[in-house]
Design a protein around this ligand. Structure first.
Ligand code: NAP
Length: 449
């Protein structure tokens, strides 16, 4: 079985509540080490009514008042002896071998390993697995490593509430889960001790699910910006000496952002369509998608949010356009030219209609995208039913409105020969191709056959 298949699709479910829940004050929990994590954990446990004994190599070195009065300070061995079952190792893994001297006292106890990996992808066994090898007569449970000392102290309102647990012992895992629940956390069963390799690297990961969508969005922006620079600024300057470089700071980003938003939105709906076509072609839905398509499907939310960000920035930039000195200058010039030419009422009926229509489509599209962005918040998403959550009508409406906004805006220029002076179509013509293809494919899939 491949690695992909051997790891659980979802990181477990909440750990079941048996055996009977740990009662407050009935258990004494030992914490080895007197550092930051130990102190925060002790404060929290005491606040939750659990008896705590902290075991240190040198009790005398612990500053008075560092721990709450209710916490008993002891030698490492003394603390382990006092603990009924749970011993939290608030130490760095390189110091685990220093506990070999109290191996007999640790036998039969549940050792909670809270440590984290030092680097990503080291390939060797995890700290928890090494701990289990050092103390074969103890039960090792990996947990609390994704909870920071700060979260422990500030309460469960801030920071993550999930405590991911893994162990080869179901009983040990259950005992630690009860303690986590007592402290107001959500224990989540993440499997056997091998899963500690994943859990230990979690705090080191930096937005793992955002990397691909961020890179795609950045590259799209770079492409449209460079394309606009070449087509609208550099080539006209080289060919006719027309200096439009003042557009670099505001006008060009404002033209590039909606293009990025359009393509990003198309990329949100394209993998779903590809998946549907693939299932039709295979004649079954009971086959796994290729890995790249699976990955793409999982990144749709991030792509959608980045598309929304670009659309929102485009709206803000557009609102700033009238504030530009260049715009004011052009307006005054236009007014002056009209006065000079004796034109009194240069009302362009179709132009007025067109601008109202594309602005209205843009505003509506942004409104729907904002709604979709809000539903991506876990607190909102959690109260939606599956049918509500997978309701794609809104997304496609936003895409259709965005395409209409672009087409109404640029219909005339898209077909005028001046727009192709350097054999380069306007950038929005390129951008609108992908969403149009998505909409057409979607319409074909809606056909009854
Ligand atoms: P820390 O403040 O440096 O405390 C580590 C403790 O280890 C010391 O107070 C000391 O306690 C003991 N120690 C130091 N040198 C030792 C040695 N040579 N041999 C044996 N024991 C030694 O570190 P921490 O921030 O509390 O982190 C402890 C563990 O929690 C680490 O594995 C870390 O990855 C994990 N963790 C920390 C956080 C966090 O937010 N801080 C979050 C998640 C996980 P005594 O002198 O009393 O023996």
């Amino acid at each position: 079985m491949s690695d992909e298949m051997s790891s659980p699709l979802l990181l477990g479910a909440e750990v079941p509540d048996d055996p009977p829940a740990m009662a407050r004050g009935q258990q004494t929990v030992a914490i080895l080490g007197s550092g930051d994590f130990s102190r925060s954990l002790a404060v929290r446990l005491v606040a939750c009514g659990v008896s705590v004994v902290v075991g240190s190599r040198c009790v005398k070195r612990i500053a008075p008042g560092l721990f709450p009065d209710a916490v008993e300070l002891s030698s490492q061995e003394g603390a382990v002896v006092k603990a009924q079952r749970l011993v939290v190792l608030a130490l760095f893994p390189e110091h685990y071998p220093s506990l070999l001297g109290i191996r007999a006292a640790l036998a039969g106890k549940v050792l909670v390993d809270v440590s984290n990996a030092m680097e990503l992808g080291s390939g060797v066994s995890s700290n928890a697995e090494q701990l289990a090898e050092l103390f074969p007569e103890s039960v090792v449970v990996k947990g609390f490593n994704v909870i920071s000392a700060w979260t422990l102290q500030t309460g469960t309102q801030d920071g993550s509430r999930q405590v991911l647990l893994c162990s080869d012992s179901v009983e040990g895992k259950s005992e630690v889960a009860q303690l986590a629940r007592l402290m107001g956390f959500h224990p989540v069963d993440s499997g056997d001790l091998r899963q500690s390799r994943v859990l230990e690297t979690m705090p080191l990961r930096l937005f793992p699910s955002w990397r691909g969508p961020l890179l795609a969005t950045f590259l799209l922006f770079l492409f449209f910006y460079a394309y606009g620079f070449l087509r609208d600024l550099l080539l006209p300057y080289l060919a006719h000496g027309r200096d439009g470089f003042h557009r670099l700071a505001l006008a060009l980003p404002n033209e590039s952002l909606p293009n990025v938003a359009l393509v990003a939105l198309a990329l949100v709906y394209l993998p779903g369509l590809l998946a549907a076509w693939l299932q039709l072609w295979r004649g079954t839905k009971y086959q796994r998608f290729p890995r790249w398509l699976d990955g793409w499907l999982l990144r749709r939310k991030q792509l959608g949010l980045l598309g929304f960000l670009c659309a929102a920035l485009h709206a803000v930039y557009s609102l700033c356009l009238p504030l530009r000195t260049a715009t004011r200058h052009r307006l005054i010039n236009a007014a002056y030219s009209q006065v000079k030419a004796g034109v009194e009422e240069p009302w362009d009926e179709s132009g007025v209609w067109r601008s109202d229509l594309y602005l209205s489509c843009g505003v509506l599209a942004l409104g729907i995208l904002s709604l979709l962005a809000i539903t991506s918040l876990p607190t909102v998403g959690n109260v939606l039913t599956w049918r509500e959550f997978t309701f794609s009508g809104l997304g496609y409406t936003a895409l259709t409105l965005s395409v209409t906004h672009t087409l109404v805006f640029g219909w005339d220029f898209a077909f005028s020969p001046q727009a192709y002076e350097f054999y380069m179509p306007p950038s929005y013509v390129l951008a609108v191709a992908a969403p149009c293809a998505v909409l057409v494919c979607r319409c074909i899939l809606l056909l009854p056959c």
